[in-house]
Every structure is written in C-alpha cells, then in structure tokens.
Ligand binder design. Structure first.
Ligand code: SF4
Length: 481
C-alpha cells in the first residue's frame, strides 16, 4: 500500500478469496494467490473489510457501517485494517473512487429455493398498503424532475411532496415514496404506474423494478427468490418461464443494489456470523430454517402436518407427539378464531376513513377482515393439491428469504403463516373451491392480504399479542379436547 489511507478510497482487491475456517468458527481467511501470506480476520473485522468497495473513504465506511448497526470501534480501526490488508496484498487505497462500487460474493453462492418465475399483469396492487422504499440516491436525485413532469399531466400531484422520511421498526430512518389513501401517489386510477407509463420502467425506483424479487445476504450466501406478496402470483409461479434475476427485473446484475444483510440472530440482524459454532444461536436458527423449509416442501405438507411440525418444534425438536383434536372444544381452534377476530377489528379500525377503491389491496384487506369478524370455529380443513404447492412456495420462501425478521421469532412467524393458509382454505371452502387443480382467487387473495398485513411488527403483535398468548396456543395444540 503506497498511499496513506486518509482521504483515499479503500478497495478489497477483486482477486481476493475469502474462506471459512472450519476449525475456527467465527473466523475467515483472506488470501490472494499472487500475494504473500493469508490473513485471518474475525467475522466482525471481515464485515469491515467487505465494505472496501472502492468508492468510500475510511470515514465514510465507518459512518455507513455504524448506521447499518455493524459494530466498528472507530475510524482508526478501519484505517488500520486497510493498512494490514494492504501489507498482505489484499487491499489498495485508490486516489479516485471507482465509478461503481465493487461488490462481491465471496466464496459463497447465490441460492434460490425455486426457479425464478413470475409474470406481472400490471394490477397495481403491489403499490399499495406498505411503504415504498428505501429509495436509493439515484432515484432521489431525479425525483423532483420526474414529479415536475408528471405534475404537468396530473392535477392530483401538484403541490405534493413526493418523498418522505420514515423510521423503520429497527429505529433507522429511510426515504420512501409519499402515499395517499395507503397507495403510492404515482399509482394511476387505471392501476398502472404513471412513472412507468410516461417515463419508462428505468425511471422507477429500484425497489419497484425489483418487485417481487428479493435478494438478501445471509451467512451462507446471497439468497434470491420471488416473495408471496403479489396478488396474481398464483397464476404464474409454476408456469412462467424460469428467468435469471436480470431477465425478471430488466436490471443488469452489476446494477443490482447490494443485498440487505439478514442475520440469523434477531438481536443483530445486520450482523452475519459466517462460520457460526455448532452451539450458537446462529447455527440453531439456520437448522430450524432448514427444517421448516423441508416440512413446507415435503409432498405430505398440509395444514395438519404443518401444525404438528410446529408443535414438535416448540415442545422439543424430535418429539413425535401428535396434538389432540385440533379444532374441537375450547382448544387451539377456538383460541385462533378469537385472535383472528380481535385482529380483524383492529385492522378494520385502521382502515376507517381511508378510500377503499374497488379491487385494491385495501379492499382485499376489508374482505378478509369482514370474513374473520363473522368466523366461527370450524374444522381445520385440508389444502387441495394446487393450494398445497402454492402455500409451500409462499411460506418456504418467507422462511428462506428471512421475511420473518420483523417478527418475534421464526416459530411464531411459521405459525402465523399457517394461520393465513387456514383462513384462505376456509374462504375457498365457502366459495365452493376445492383447490385441487388450481388456486382460486378467494384463496390467493386471502393468503396475500394476510402475508402482507402481518408482515409488519405492529400488525403481527396485534395478532399474537404477547409471549403468553403464543405459549397458550402451543399448549392448546397439545391439550385434550
Ligand atoms: S413508483 Fe410506480 S411502481 Fe413504484 S410503487 Fe409507485 S406506482 Fe408502483
């Protein structure tokens, strides 16, 4: 390293390999075939080195990592690490930043549970009912010009501030698109995006162009998959052509945003312990993830099998006890229905005063709430074959892509996912749909409204209010009728 790190742009060299060291959990070895000796870093130090993308100074890396919740002692630590890696031929200090950050997937692969398939039908319902963000600088730099252009065409946009700053569940702030009646301000009455319609797909925020694809960085690599939040996904998840991430989104891989780190430990989601020891919470969460995905993908999966797997997981992994009659008496079924009704009242109250456009996400949530409010305890029901494959797809991707990170735990998220499938089956049953050969609209819309609604921490808590309530459900699953 010929230059001081101060003011220079730090780059971990493209030829560097990173390997997990089996004998030393939590440590990673970096080496460069052309360099002198390898360097062994702790997982924490590796996270810092991984941020040397050629576009940021030591100070900017320090600020960025701290903002992302990665513990870094001080900026001198970043500089000292760069010096150390430089001596070993693993890093360089550049005088000018690279045009694009050099991002890497070190000794790890991109994994997906299923081939990537999806056909967008332009229904517009993905643009409602949630924050649309985080917005990248690239879009934030152009949004004023976009807004001005569209304001000349649409009166409802005149005088509206297009973006807003919000706090996430993790207490961080991010920029999102402004909404009106729970919908993106750019969503037209015809269900089409007005940015896309007038300025082209590339003018939209990255988050919109990527949907319904999600990429997350985990300890085992980057995971990619189609998330179950699209209302029309049931039509194409098995039949659309298998695509690469770029084909699906129209975004070249090098322009993909860095995958968001989602660690297995809920106490520190942005931290990835790459080589976790066998007794650690990381390793046990990874095993549980794998187990639940296997349960969901098993051909014998169904509502009852899912609940039994959940019960065995909570009581003691490996137990083969079977829950008693699930839906009889005052047991599990009665408790779930009571919770669902309370949830429906809370959600309905939240929508009070909002415009409910026909066919919109809000309308789907209202339909679901009305159904739940009138619900009485009834037999569990069983998924038809087409429904089974759809639920398996949606819930196993929820687990695999760690969509549950805003919820209290993986087991609670799994149970809540199963409850969504129970309700969807009851609605399909009322509509006279068997779900054997195809997934009906009542089933799919119910499932998607559920998955999207319970996704946020607040709504989740509205359903399963406390640890005691959750424990009560577990007990009820195994108590005599
Ligand atoms: S910008 Fe367009 S695609 Fe993105 S949420 Fe708004 S309407 Fe939908």
């Amino acid at each position: 390293m010929s230059k001081s790190t101060a003011g220079g742009f730090l780059l971990l060299l493209p030829g560097v390999n990173a390997e997990l060291i089996d004998a030393r959990p939590g440590h990673i070895q970096l080496h460069n075939e052309a360099g002198p000796t390898p360097v062994v870093l702790s997982d924490g130090a590796y996270r810092v080195a991984e941020a040397f993308d050629g576009t940021r100074t030591a100070a900017a890396i320090y600020e960025g990592l701290r903002a992302g919740g990665v513990p870094v002692p001080n900026v001198d630590f970043v500089s000292a690490l760069a010096q150390l890696l430089g001596k070993h031929g693993l890093a360089e200090v550049l005088e000018a930043p690279l045009a694009q950050p050099y991002t890497r997937v070190l000794s790890r692969q991109i994994e997906s549970l299923y081939p990537l398939r999806h056909t967008c039908v332009g229904c517009g319902r993905s643009c409602e009912g949630h924050y649309i963000g985080p917005l990248q600088d690239e879009f934030l730099n152009t949004v004023d010009a976009i807004h001005e252009e569209l304001s000349a065409l649409y009166d409802d946009l005149v005088g509206v501030t297009p973006v807003e700053r919000v706090s996430t569940d993790q207490g961080r702030e991010r920029m999102v698109l402004a909404r009106r009646d729970n919908r993106c301000i750019y969503l037209g009455v015809d269900g089409l995006c007005r940015i896309h319609k007038h300025l082209g797909a590339a003018a939209k925020p990255l988050v919109c162009r990527l949907f319904p694809l999600d990429t997350v960085q985990t300890e085992t690599g980057i995971r990619v998959g189609v998330v179950g939040r699209c209302y029309e996904l049931h039509r194409s998840f098995e039949t659309a052509p298998a695509s690469t991430p770029s084909e699906l989104t129209g975004i070249p891989m090098e322009q993909f945003p860095a995958a968001e780190p989602r660690g297995a430990d809920l106490r520190s989601r942005s931290r990835l312990l790459l080589n976790a020891g066998p007794g650690s919470i990381y390793a046990s969460t990874q095993r549980l993830e794998q187990h639940l995905v296997e349960v969901l993908q098993d051909e014998g999966f169904g509502l009852r099998a899912g609940l039994e797997a959940f019960y065995a997981t909570m009581r003691n992994p490996g137990l083969s006890d079977e829950p008693e009659d699930l839906m009889a008496g005052t047991g599990f079924g009665a408790r779930v229905v009571e919770l669902l009704q309370g949830f429906a009242v809370a959600m309905r109250a939240e929508l009070e005063g909002q415009t409910i456009l026909e066919g919109s996400h809000n309308a789907r949530v209202v339909e679901l709430c009305d159904f739940l409010s009138a619900l009485e305890v009834r037999p569990l029901g069983e998924l038809g074959e087409a429904e089974r494959r759809y639920v398996s797809f949606v819930l196993s991707n929820e687990v695999f892509l760690r969509q549950w990170v805003n919820q209290p735990s993986l087991p609670t998220a799994f149970l809540v996912g199963l409850c969504g499938a129970m309700v969807a089956r009851w609605r399909a049953e009322d509509a006279g749909e068997s779900g054997e050969t195809s997934v009906s609209e009542p089933f799919a819309y119910s499932m998607v409204a559920w998955v999207r609604t319970v996704r946020t921490g607040d709504n989740f808590v509205r359903f399963i209010g406390s640890e005691e309530v959750f424990q009560g459900l577990v007990d009820a699953l195994g108590s005599p009728a």
